[in-house]
Design a protein around this ligand. Structure first.
Ligand code: B3K
Ligand code: ZN
Length: 872
């Protein structure tokens, strides 16, 4: 490896030598030669060591000039390198004017200022601003920005930046300019600039204090009819944050711009959020129910960042989860309030277990507040986001909704306008409630998923029921020994009739509710409930009250009982999930030629089909655990054998529950016109269809092609197409679909993804052929996610094919992408993270491919860090 990555350690933090009060930027936009003038009002930081030089970071910049207090700096007064600019002798206060030239057209990393579909778009988090100008590009340097943008009027009629638009004018040669002032101090990572041809959907919102906010969504021409759901989401999110947390928006305008070339979902730049089109553009004909929910969640997430991230930001990037974990928690709560709380919780926990638990058990494991990194972009992870959100949720579980709100209020009172740490957040939660959260810090320090081994004992004579809980946490890279965590364990006890018992712990005068949050703080603890007149069935970790793995020796009968009776909807689902997981793993281990699930399991599912509960919950309970989740639970796994077992059980369910599944399908497939509100029913209908597609019957073929042809919405149409593709290839329908949607990039992403995740033989060669399709581009991250990541991360059976070709293909693409977009290459490289989980032959092949990647010249720091950790 030629690039020596330098590691940055959390404990090495030092305050910046200089602070910046004001930044005035002027951009003269040209695709391959943009001139950036920056005027910085600087002063020495009284909290830093005296006399330090001024060290600005900058990358891929060509320096035109520097002036210090109005005088041009001679070249011996500063030094420039590939990573920055240093001025050794500086006065205590100064005005520094720097002119740089950048090339947005050649910027394929989509980090910094770049060109997408002929428009200028910026992305500065975490460290992209340094590709625009030399700066103190660190989150604890907060300044007030003004931005003047000058550009050709015809090609770039819309010119946007952060804050309020204060002035504009015309120039010679068909050029125009717009000036923006952001009244709030912000770190450079929240800077944004957009210029190009856009159309705008406008609306407005009035805050409780009476501020009228203009809401503006900018999209490429032709897409205006797909912005209404996103606009409704903004308004819902604004109202929700006002009501739930007392937080209002603070500028006159809130803008969203959608771009099709974007490394992630969206970005919370102050007043000017930039979004991947995937999280803005939707109408029923083009977007699925899952897409609509995703738009609600991401729009809310970016909006919520205005307080949790922008007004109060991070002192350094080790604190990333301070804003991300908290904002994910807030968006999950929002989605729970506007939709179904239990369905939201189940879906979030599924994603956490499939991806974050895997990350926490593998070579990239890191704590919620990492100790070291070499490339911060590699730390926008499931751990920082989703486990971080679980950590925030645990405060709320321990303190209750009101206590949590008190902690939030104190956090903003103390830290508005500051760059702070996870410790500051923890202190606000503790101080506002008079609670000791010292031990809770372990959640920020220690990586790995804690395990709870729980056993129970019923003493009939004493009428006591005791839960014994042992907590442990596996070793993770750099952390061999773990200390006990502070874990909220929510439990309930069901009597024989399936009703919750009132819970009274030994020593308490009365029973207190039917769900109790037990506080685990030691390696081993017991909790005794009294006045229990018959042995109950425990409902453990209700609502998934902590991000841990629970083991308890439930019998199959107890699981069936909980599936039918638990008052905690999450645990009803969990019982079904546990039953199915256990059974699939046992069948995998048995290695039979014809794996068969026992009648008790099939009967439990049959019973579910007649339950009178939310259709979406039934759909989730009917669905088998996904292969990626099961892979994590098996050592030395052969993913192809696992796929075979999974598919066999799925087909068995279809055969044995055919009448029930068909009846539900036919009842729900009533030909009624599309209503967004019927998403739950669509999810149940389509899970039934998915099972029925396992049956080789003309009736089923007819149903599938009819649903494909006649659906008036993408959810149903795609469900049918997916089943057709997996069943017999669906060639005719795939061709028809491409003809209809060839000019809708987001719909074509679905078309690519269906084929890259198809279970039919020959998946890899189809993926390879599709790379030459005119709608595919390796430079576009959405396309890479659909086609290449779809295959490598969502098609275990084919990616892990015994011939190793899947691995070779992935490694080739990673190497190719690293030259184009290192962040995307590093993300794709995570498909190799779990190589040590595989059976020996696959391990060997995966390791060899990782080594081949490691030996390439000029690896990016992004990819080098991931590959090095995987190999070590
Ligand atoms: N904060 C951004 C993510 C930036 C990723 C930089 N590699 C989006 C979000 O979490 O809201
Ligand atoms: Zn975020």
């Amino acid at each position: 490896m030629t690039l020596q990555s330098t590691q940055i350690n959390r404990l090495d933090y030092t305050a910046p030598a200089f602070l910046i009060d004001r930044v005035d930027l002027t951009f003269e936009l040209e695709e391959s030669q943009t001139r950036v003038q920056s005027r910085l009002v600087l002063k020495r930081n009284p909290e830093a060591v005296a006399g330090l030089p001024l060290s600005l970071v900058g990358e891929e910049l060509s320096l035109e000039s520097i002036k210090l207090d109005g005088a041009l700096l001679k070249t011996d007064a500063y030094s420039v390198s590939a990573t920055g600019l240093v001025i050794a002798t500086m006065p205590d206060e100064a005005i520094l004017e720097i002119v740089t030239i950048i090339n947005p057209l050649s910027n394929t990393s989509l980090n910094g200022l770049y060109v997408s579909s002929g428009n200028f778009v910026s992305q500065c988090e975490a460290e992209g601003f340094r590709k625009i100008t030399y700066y103190l590009d660190r989150p604890d340097v907060m300044a007030k920005f003004t931005t003047t943008i000058i550009a050709d009027k015809t090609r770039y009629p819309i010119l946007l930046s952060n804050g309020n638009r204060v002035d504009s004018g015309q120039l010679e040669k068909n050029r125009h300019w717009v000036k923006w002032v952001d009244p709030f101090k912000k770190p450079a990572y929240l800077f944004a600039l957009v210029a190009g041809k856009f159309v705008m959907l406008a609306d407005q919102h009035t805050t409780p204090s009476g501020r009228r906010v203009a809401l503006e969504i900018f999209v490429e021409p032709g897409n205006l009819d797909k912005c209404h759901h996103a606009m409704a989401a903004i308004k819902k999110a604004m109202r929700w944050d006002e009501e739930r947390f007392g937080l209002e928006y603070d500028l006159d305008t809130y803008m969203i711009v959608a771009t099709s070339d974007f490394n992630m979902g969206a970005m919370e730049n102050k007043g000017l959020n930039i979004f991947n089109t995937k999280y803005v553009l939707a109408k029923p004909e083009t977007a699925t129910d899952v897409d609509f929910d995703g738009i609600d969640a991401v729009v809310a997430h970016e909006y919520f960042h205005n307080w949790t991230g922008n007004r109060v930001t991070c002192r350094d990037w080790f604190q990333l989860s301070l804003k991300e974990g908290l904002t994910v928690y807030r968006d999950q709560e929002f989605s729970s309030d506007i939709g179904s709380r239990s369905v939201e919780r189940i879906n979030n926990v599924k994603a956490l277990r499939e991806m974050q638990f895997a990350e926490d058990a593998g070579p990239q494991a890191h704590s919620v507040r990492p100790e070291a990194y070499s490339e911060i972009n590699n730390f926008y992870t499931m751990t920082i986001y989703e486990k971080g959100s679980e950590v925030v949720r645990m405060y709320a579980t321990l303190l209750g909704r009101e206590g949590f709100r008190k902690g939030m209020d104190l956090y903003f009172k103390r830290h508005d306008g500051q760059a702070v740490t996870c410790d500051d957040f923890r202190a606000a939660m503790a101080d506002a409630n008079g609670v000791d959260f010292t031990q809770f810090e372990e959640w920020y320090k220690q990586a790995g998923t804690p395990a709870l081994a729980i056993s129970s004992h019923y003493d009939a004579a004493a009428q006591t029921y005791t839960l014994n809980v042992k907590q442990s946490c596996p070793a993770t890279p750099g952390q061999a020994e773990k200390r006990p965590f502070h874990i909220p364990l929510a439990v309930g006890l069901l009597n024989k009739q399936g009703k919750d018992l009132p819970l009274q712990l030994a020593g308490e005068a009365t029973a207190q509710g039917t769900t109790r949050v037990l506080a685990l703080t030691q390696a081993e603890q017991s909790f005794s409930f009294i006045n229990i007149t018959a042995e109950p069935t425990p409902s453990l970790l209700r609502d998934f009250s902590a991000p841990v793995k629970v083991s308890y020796a439930y019998t199959d009968e107890e699981l069936v009982f909980l599936m039918a009776n638990d008052s905690d909807a999450f645990n009803r689902w969990e019982a079904a999930n546990t039953f199915a997981t256990r059974l699939l793993i046992a069948l995998y281990a048995a290695g039979d030629e014809k794996p068969l699930a026992p009648a008790s399991f099939i009967n439990a599912l049959r019973k579910l089909t007649s339950e009178k509960i939310d259709a979406a919950l039934i759909a989730l309970m009917l669905e088998l655990p996904r292969e990626n989740y099961l892979i994590e639970l098996i050592d030395q796994v052969d993913p192809c054998h696992l796929h075979f077992v999974h598919r066999s059980v799925k087909a068995q369910i279809a055969r044995e529950l055919r009448p029930e599944l068909l009846a539900i399908y036919q009842k729900l497939n009533d030909g009624a016109i599309y209503h967004y509100e019927n998403a739950s029913k669509r999810s149940l209908k389509n899970i039934c269809l998915d099972y029925l597609a396992e049956l080789d019957e003309p009736l089923v073929s007819e149903m599938l092609s009819k649903q494909y042809r006649l659906s008036d919405n993408m959810t149903d149409r795609l469900a049918a197409l997916k089943a057709l593709v997996n069943r017999d290839g669906g060639d005719a329908q795939l061709a028809d679909f491409a003809v209809q949607w060839h000019d809708d990039a987001l719909v074509m992403d679905k078309w690519f993804a269906l084929q890259s995740t198809s279970r039919r033989p020959g998946a890899l060669s189809r993926v390879q052929a599709l790379m030459d399709h005119p709608a595919f581009s390796i430079k576009n991250p959405n396309k890479v996610r659909a086609l290449i990541m779809g295959f490598c991360l969502q098609n275990a059976q084919h990616f892990h094919a015994a011939d190793g070709y899947g691995y070779a293909f992935a490694a080739d693409r990673i190497i190719e992408l690293d030259k184009i977009n290192p962040q995307v290459a590093a993300r794709l490289a995570s498909s190799f993270n779990r190589w040590k989980k595989m059976e020996p032959q696959r391990q060997q092949m995966m390791q060899a491919e990782l080594q081949r990647i490691a030996q390439q010249d000029d690896l990016s720091s992004d990819l080098a860090e991931i590959v090095n950790k995987s190999l070590s």
